[in-house]
Design a protein around this ligand. Structure first.
Ligand code: GDP
Ligand code: MG
Length: 371
């Protein structure tokens, strides 16, 4: 029989081993070791904890699987970090995103007006790039996480200096800790009179966020999203953390990504924004997301510029979908239209038989391990 180790399952689900083992403990499993071989039933039970519905081999028809992550990533190029901004309402998330977005518009650039496609890229003076997700906050983050697709590498936690830690601040901290996504704190509204940023750091300590000043390893940057002060420093902190995380991706493989937004647009048909995670997507390629497939008719970046290809950590708006895919769906490249159609048909068929399939990420817990 095909089996998978705890370690293998964690990789497959894109979560930390420690996190997976905590889940296992929660559901009463006690063989908590990285190399412990799980039975199919155990693996399926754990996967369901992440709202990933495993597809059991004897019920699979045609299917697409993500490529195995190579043992040695060091031979692959670095990629930009993907960052989500979280925090309590009115603490300045939208203002910060706007400031960041504007910071990267250089004079004379073609198509200077940014388009909302769910993510945008900021080019730093140092030549490095950062991809910011700007899909509405916590809900989108949870949805992607629930689908086993950790789209984010880093969370920037915005805390207003004049308000401090509030309910959604705590919620954001919890989301990030659960997903094992590192945090950078942006203490915002530091332009306001009488605010004391160090008070915020003290307060955060109570919630497990130990900033560098207080002997921890979490960076905290004092900013004014409104005035733009400290925003460049924030970007530099992100780049510093990204270097430590050593984020790399294969470039020359079929594309894999995540749908970040989708809608039907007048005159343009079904449109979906996709964050490419691995590989390169080109115009003319065939992709599948959930029960939708697409022959990529055209792609556009966050400036509305038409692009012919998109590599790791870039977000593109894609035209040519036969159906609308859902935000959070995993995107995988098919070899041809025939394969895409049969994969979609078999997924539709599987969906009919299960109720929890809204969150399906087409993963095969057992078969993947043998690839
Ligand atoms: P969001 O709900 O987190 O997206 O917060 P917004 O970006 O909409 O900001 C809420 C309010 O705070 C708005 O009136 C902003 O103008 C204001 N604001 C945001 N950042 C700053 C800042 O750095 N300084 C000051 N003084 N006001 C800010
Ligand atoms: Mg907002």
């Amino acid at each position: 029989p095909l089996t998978i180790t705890v370690d293998g399952l964690a990789k497959l689900l894109g979560v930390q081993n420690s996190h997976l083992m905590r889940k296992m403990a929660n559901i009463g499993m006690d063989k908590l070791a990285n190399d412990y071989l799980l039975t199919n039933e155990e693996a399926a039970e754990i996967a369901l904890e992440y709202e990933v519905v495993p597809i059991i081999p004897d019920s699979t028809g045609p299917e697409l699987y993500p490529r195995k992550i190579p043992e040695d990533m060091s031979v692959h190029p670095l990629r930009p970090p993907v960052v989500t901004i979280m925090g309590h309402v009115d603490h300045g998330k939208t203002t910060l995103l706007d400031t960041l977005r504007n910071s990267s518009i250089t004079a004379g650039e073609a198509g200077g007006i940014t388009q909302h496609i769910g993510a945008f890229s900021v080019q730093l003076k140092s030549g490095q790039a950062i991809t910011f997700l700007d899909t509405p906050g916590h809900a989108a983050f949870s949805a992607m996480r629930a689908r086993g697709a950790n789209a984010t590498d880093i969370v920037v936690l915005v805390v207003a200096a004049d308000d401090g830690v509030m309910p959604q601040t705590k919620e954001a901290i919890q989301h990030a800790l659960d997903a094992d996504v590192p945090i950078i704190v942006a203490i915002n509204k530091c332009d306001k009179h009488g605010v004391d940023p160090s008070r915020i750091k003290d307060e955060l300590l109570k919630y497990g966020i130990q900033t560098e000043d207080l002997g921890g390893d979490i960076q905290a940057v004092e900013i004014s999203a409104l005035k733009g002060t400290g925003v460049e420093e924030l970007s530099e902190s992100i780049v510093t953390l990204a270097e430590i995380l050593d984020l790399r991706a294969e470039v020359d493989i079929p594309a894999q990504g995540t749908v970040i937004e989708s809608q039907i647009e007048r005159g343009r048909g079904n449109v979906a924004s996709v964050l490419i995670k691995r590989g390169t997507l080109k115009v003319g390629d065939i992709i599948v997301a959930g029960t939708a497939w697409c022959k990529v008719r055209s792609m556009a970046d966050d400036r509305g510029n038409s692009v012919k290809e998109a590599g790791p950590a870039s977000a593109v708006e894609i035209m040519g979908w036969k159906e609308i895919p859902k935000a959070g769906d995993m995107v995988l490249q098919a070899e041809n239209e025939g394969q895409a159609k049969s994969v979609v048909d078999s997924r539709v068929e599987k969906r009919k038989n299960k109720d929890k399939l809204a969150a399906v990420a087409a993963m095969n817990v057992q078969r993947r391990e043998t690839h």
